[in-house]
Design a binder for this molecule. Sequence first.
Ligand SMILES: [Mg+2]
Length: 265
Amino acid sequence: MKRHEPVLFFALMLIVVACNTTTTAKSPLALQPAGEAWGALYQQQAAEYKALCFQAYNIARLRLDQRLSVRSKKPLAIITDIDETVLDNSPYFSKLAREGKVYSDSSWINWTDQVMCDTVPGAYKFLKYASAKGVAVFYITNRFQRELLSTVGNLRKWKLPNADTTHVLLLNSNDNSKESRRLSVEKEHEIILLIGDNLGDFNQYFDHLNNQERSLHAQTKADLFGRTFVVLPNSMYGNWEDVFYKGQHVNSLQKQNQILLNNLK
Ligand SMILES: [Mg+2]
């Protein structure tokens, strides 16, 4: 047996080298679709995700109670986003990841048409509480107009307050900004809280910025988070990702992946 040892050693070395070569060639870091799958898994399984949501809605309730102790001339209102703030779309994003597909409006609408979204932890309890205190709830979402009935249906499925076509304000132009819809609510109401998972859910000064500018504005407005702005976690998607693809025709996971990798420090 001893005479075979040099041969055996050489063969083992070849295997090790081959494995290393294969690993290098086949395993470039894949942020897409693995990132969305990881984000969906976190949203579905991590108790820490739930804890963050409860924390956000506990803060919202604290701020609501503080505001209720002061009189107002106008009726009070809360503005909330829907996706990843009130409704959970993680099954859609895990399906995209499993199938190796990029987001498309048609696959998204196919998902929302099914009215299968669960609620984000803490959302139901808080919104019911606010409604019971006489505070109107307006849902400002960038879902499309054609999703109106399915969206209202999904909110009603969970018996959320003000789930009707008057209080659900969808995308009404090509501009993703929610500012005009916020102003329309503000005409008749005093807005006491804004709730969302995306900075664009809070104020127009977060619109149309690159990530460096978004971070700078978040820092400038730091005192407002946990006061009038209540932020929910979303590790699957958001404007922070969209801005990477701005002005580029990105229709494949490979292109998305390369752009994301180029921005990874
Ligand atoms: Mg959202």
